[in-house]
Design a protein around this ligand. Structure first.
Ligand SMILES: O=C(O)CCC(=O)C(=O)O
Ligand SMILES: [Fe+2]
Length: 336
């Protein structure tokens, strides 16, 4: 672990105006581009306790690539505890957080950090993060898990157990929706029990002096298979639908599930990865806790063979690229 993180949190406390490296060009600014119709489009809500939950999920993954899951079986206190330890971590003195600094030169994504400007025209995002693997045990490096606040590890391990169960359920339903066996997606991505890698991230978006000019997170699709996210109740997540940016109106207690690149590709485009971004606020700190579900590193990025048989051609061809290489290219903005 090396390097000093230039955190937005430290910067935010001393600013009246937004520094130029955060100022977005006109066509990316949130106010000018957010859809404000009389009846704003809303992402689907899926009640996971109902018999039609599978159909609803499949519909949502086809139309939107994102949905809010309610009655998902993750106990509220597990979420509250995860949020508490994340909030307390970001409230620690800067030097304490620096102990976990991510080293951008290492090529690894784990650790505490903030976006770096790769070129002068590249805009920074108004957010900091903490990022580390949580499952399976062989993928976990506790050196990136803060030892303060107390209970950090227990909270993350407990939440991760729920995420594993929920992920399995969503993957089963989405597999069935493609006419595959329930276990087909997990098998393809993970090659069996414990093959899937879960990463926990904490995003921290401090109050921003000029939120109308900045973005907390630039538009992107997640490079993983699936993301399950919970936020702290402050609005900010937006999803692009038919060319319009729509605010996600978070249903209290819901978990936001979104399809990443790997499910879009594996499904040969029948499911779509959600294009999303995050806006920031002038007065409030926003936080979010996404869990990214990754295939194993050596997974070959390609449509499922059963979905390209016969008349249907493969819509994606990454020339036998591994997930590890796909990740490297996407993070470094290289052509795939
Ligand atoms: O904070 C959010 O709602 C979105 C964060 C996000 O998209 C990400 O970390 O990939
Ligand atoms: Fe994302």
């Amino acid at each position: 672990m090396a390097g000093v993180v230039q955190s937005v949190q430290a910067l935010a406390s001393s600013l009246a105006a937004l520094p130029p490296e955060f100022v977005r060009p006109e066509h990316e600014r949130p106010r000018a581009t957010t859809f404000l119709g009389a009846s704003p489009l809303q992402i689907p809500v899926v009640d996971m306790s109902l018999p039609d939950a599978g159909c609803r999920m499949v519909e949502a993954a086809t139309e939107w690539g994102i949905f809010q899951a309610v009655n998902h079986g993750v106990p509220a206190d597990a979420v509250v505890e995860l949020q508490r330890v994340g909030q307390e971590f970001f409230a620690l003195p800067q030097e304490e957080k620096q102990r976990y600094a991510m080293d951008p030169a290492s090529g690894k994504t784990e650790g505490y950090g903030s976006t770096v400007q790769r070129s002068p025209g590249d805009k920074k995002m108004w957010s900091d993060f903490l990022f580390h693997n949580v499952s399976p045990p062989a993928a976990v490096n506790h050196g990136f898990w803060p030892d303060k606040p107390r209970g950090y590890r227990q909270a993350n391990e407990a939440y991760c157990g729920h995420m594993r169960r929920l992920t399995r359920e969503v993957l089963e339903r989405l597999s069935a929706g493609l006419g595959l066996e329930e276990g087909a997606m997990a098998e393809a991505f993970g090659g069996g029990e414990d093959g899937l890698v879960l990463m926990q991230k904490v995003n921290f978006y401090p109050p921003c002096p000029q939120p109308e000019l900045a973005l907390g997170f630039a538009p992107h699709t997640d490079l993983c298979a699936l993301t399950v996210l919970v936020a702290n109740g402050v609005p900010g997540l937006q999803v692009s639908k038919d060319g319009l940016w729509c605010d996600v109106e978070h249903v209290p207690g819901a978990l936001i599930v979104n399809v990443g690149d790997q499910i879009e590709i594996l499904s040969n485009g029948r499911y779509r990865a959600a294009l999303h971004r995050a806006t920031v606020s002038k007065e409030k700190t926003r936080m979010s806790w996404p869990v990214f579900v990754h295939p194993r590193r050596e997974y070959i990025v390609a449509p499922h063979p059963r979905l390209v048989a016969g008349e249907i051609p493969a819509k994606y061809d990454y020339k036998a690229k591994t997930f590890e290489d796909y990740t490297y290219c996407k993070i470094n903005k290289l052509p795939q």
